[in-house]
Design a protein around this ligand. Structure first.
Ligand code: URP
Ligand code: ZN
Length: 463
């Protein structure tokens, strides 16, 4: 199968130009003007952007949580990704007590294989840092194709600072990358205890307990650990201006600290927790939504390069039947997480590019190009010869009103219900195959479950 896209605006992380893109099989063969190679499919992309497929490095698909699982399985979650323009997912698999990294990774690989419609990778979430696990890190990076590992400083399965440092040393030695959920357990526990005695205001108390101070304190510990071990680290879902200030200060001192933020921290604020009829539970996630003063500094952080990537932290639970399982009486057990896998690109474009907060090249950089480099995906993340033909023909003027009933993610709400969007995918290709397209009022999926492949990622070079 060959595809020729004609006269689109090819957007790269460093510039944009009108060109044709010729795809032969699964890869981009050439990018240039006046290409005439005969193709099975020719698309007039005049007025359209040609973007690399987005890479979502932070999802929790079919994730066990308390007595339930996040509501998207690998078919529905990856279809939602595809319809939103995301052609690569890197999901987390949380290591159980006594489990090897190998088994944790295989568990998630098995769940996704034969189901995912887009290519996928796995990060190992490490919780049980035994000597045999530390020595397995090298094999995970070089043999399993899983060079990135996440630790938590919050939740029951958090790791100690000593274990964080041991992992920093191992990942530095073998070209891996350690990621961290940076919230301080002690601060949140103490505040949680105090606030749990407050009878009113339930979901808002989650945000109060998970204070900005808890994020800042955890990042300070991370910075010290990176400095002491001369290693590098990636802070997932950075949510606050003060947290960003710590990251920036470390970067200014030459420390190799990277940061990701999410569309929810760029667009939503903590007033959501006070929505009537307990609807604030929809936004119970960790870290929580912050006050409005945090939004513009995070956008500036992206613009200025202090934040390098965007992930969604897609972790959907139905409002009816999951969020309210136990949580109506105790906000501390409301399942943490919210949906977002399908709305990442549309929000970054509409709220970011259209509103002049970032340029379209920066959007491509943080959604694709730098994400690919950060996570060991040399064949993804750019429209260039030799790359996988993961491409979006994107209509920058298309208007769309976000409605959960028009989306594909398997959950009963979206945090952005009713938002007016400018810019939507027209066609999405995964390795040269058309998998989703605009269908008049919404995206339509036309790919096949199981077509996505496990991505054996490379060790991670200089960042
Ligand atoms: O609230 C969230 N973010 N849920 C998913 C698990 C995690 O903390 O990343
Ligand atoms: Zn997460």
């Amino acid at each position: 199968m060959s595809v020729l896209l004609k006269n689109g605006l090819v957007v790269t992380a460093t510039g944009s130009f009108i060109a044709d893109v010729f795809v032969d099989g699964e890869s981009i063969r050439s990018v240039g003007t006046g290409l005439t190679a005969p193709a099975d499919e020719t698309v007039d992309a005049t007025g359209m952007y040609i973007l690399p497929g987005a890479i979502d490095p932070h999802t929790h698909i079919d994730m066990p949580y308390q007595d339930t699982r996040s509501s998207d399985d690998w078919v529905t979650g990856s279809i939602a990704a595809a319809c939103g323009g995301t052609t690569t997912i890197i999901d987390f698999s949380l290591q159980g007590k006594g489990e090897s990294i190998h088994d944790a990774v295989e568990r998630q690989k098995e769940r996704a294989s034969g189901r995912s419609v887009v290519d996928f990778g796995v990060h190992a979430g490490l919780t049980d840092i035994r000597p045999d696990v530390l020595s397995e890190v090298q094999r995970a990076i070089h043999d399993y194709g899983t060079p990135s590992f996440k630790i938590y400083l919050f939740y029951d399965f958090r790791v100690s600072d000593a274990d964080m440092m041991s992992l920093l040393v191992e990942t530095r030695k073998h070209d891996g990358l350690l990621e961290v959920h940076a919230e301080d357990w002690d601060i949140i526990q103490r505040e949680g205890e105090r606030l749990s005695r407050t009878p009113s205001g339930a979901p808002l108390m989650h945000a109060r307990a998970h204070s900005v101070a808890a994020e800042v304190e955890a990042i300070k510990r991370v910075v010290q650990a990176v400095q002491l071990t001369d290693s590098r680290m990636y802070v997932v879902h950075l949510s606050s201006a003060d947290g960003l200030a710590e990251v920036r200060a470390a970067q200014m001192r030459g420390l190799r600290l990277r940061a990701e933020t999410c569309p929810q921290y760029l667009t939503l604020t903590e007033e959501r927790y006070e929505e009537p009829h307990w609807a604030g539970a929809k936004y119970v996630m960790s870290p929580p939504l912050r006050t409005s003063v945090n939004l513009e500094p995070l956008w500036r952080g992206i613009r200025e390069g202090a934040i390098q990537t965007i992930g969604t932290d897609h972790c959907p639970f139905n409002f009816d039947g999951q969020k309210d399982m136990n949580g109506r009486d105790d906000w501390r057990v409301i399942p943490n997480g919210a949906p977002g896998i399908e709305t990442m690109l549309m929000l970054l474009h509409s709220e970011g590019v259209v509103k002049g907060r970032i340029c379209r090249e920066k959007m491509v950089d943080v959604l694709s190009t730098t994400t690919a480099r950060t996570f060991g995906l040399p064949h993804k993340g750019a429209i260039a010869p030799g790359m996988d033909a993961d491409m979006i023909v994107f209509d920058p003027l298309r208007r769309f009103t976000i409605r959960q009933r028009l989306l594909h993610q398997h959950v009963d709400y979206t945090p952005w219900e009713g938002w007016e969007i400018i810019g939507m995918p027209r066609i999405v290709y995964s390795r040269g195959t058309r998998i989703a397209e605009w269908a008049g009022d919404r995206m339509r999926f036309i790919g096949a479950p199981g077509a996505g492949r496990f991505l054996r990622r490379s060790p991670i070079g200089a960042l």
